[in-house]
Design a protein around this ligand. Structure first.
Ligand code: FES
Length: 99
């Protein structure tokens, strides 16, 4: 789905957790880019319709990518990955997140 256009061989690989799932990433990526590159497109569920929501703008304006990092709501597209990061999707009152 996503592919690096250059520098792929020289960048440092790291990993972090999305809930219990190990996510591989490259240093310098945003959390949103790393999740999308690992095939994860549902970051949260709509509080109104309960439909899955995911990144849309990738530049910090739509807030569709909000996740919990260390218990704090953050925009995944505006947060750089770092090794050992613990990312959680925001639970809804009615159901859990399903891909
Ligand atoms: S994708 Fe729009 S704010 Fe992150």
């Amino acid at each position: 789905m996503f592919k690096f256009i250059d520098g792929e061989d020289t960048q440092t690989s790291i990993s972090f957790l999305l809930e219990d799932q190990k996510i591989e990433a490259t240093e310098g990526m945003s959390v949103a880019a790393a999740l999308l590159a690992n095939g994860i497109t549902t970051f949260r569920q709509s509080a109104v319709s309960n439909e899955g929501r995911g990144p849309f703008c990738l530049m910090g304006t739509c807030y569709e990518c909000v996740v919990l990092i260390d218990g704090v709501h953050v925009q995944a597209c505006m947060t750089q990955v770092r090794a050992g990061l613990s990312v959680d999707r925001i639970p809804t009152a009615t159901t859990g997140i399903e891909e």
